[in-house]
Design a protein. Sequence first.
Length: 222
Amino acid sequence: MKITIVTGVWKRPEVFEMFAKGIENLGVEVRVIVAGSEGETSRKMVEKHGFDYIEVPNRPLSNKMNATTRAAKGSDYVICMGSDDIISPELFQEYLRYMNEGYDFVGLTDFYFYDTESKRAMYWGGYADKRKGISIGAGCVISAKLLNRMCHEPWRNGLNKGLDSSMQRRINGKVGKFSLKEKGLFALDIKSSTNITPFELWQNSSYIDAQIIREQFPYIFE
């Protein structure tokens, strides 16, 4: 089975290094396609890890991410991630079970966060507004069959926000979603000093002991 992880990168090289360590610790061979927007600076940062690089303008963000899924043609499954996201090897194995059962889309309903500046960690239980119950874009898995129906563009072009909702409107087929917390699995979003917004609680989130994150992902802190 050919699996490709796609992401887009913009600045924050120290966070990208954590992302790369996360990929390298999955314990399986996957292709990684990264869309960057800073020319040779981002190309060198990406290619030194053996990942495939494509140069794409940073805005609109949905166009940038659609470029990665188009570049992933020929894969059986694509996993969409932010370049500040880490998935645990155990979560990847859970994805494989869904893939082997023929699911067209697999999504997560919650997520964990860690801030490199404050050293604090947070758990977010998922959307609690009108989007309650829908899966989030980070860490979603899409089959080649569904990507073909989407013309290899999961998001509507021209968007810089609302990407999760945009993708949801295009999903059909055999769909699965699950809660990380309920399954005892982990996926992590890394925040840093270059965040647009400060690291603080928002709707349906709570601070957790950061040691939990350090124990789950020791390799990204090395």
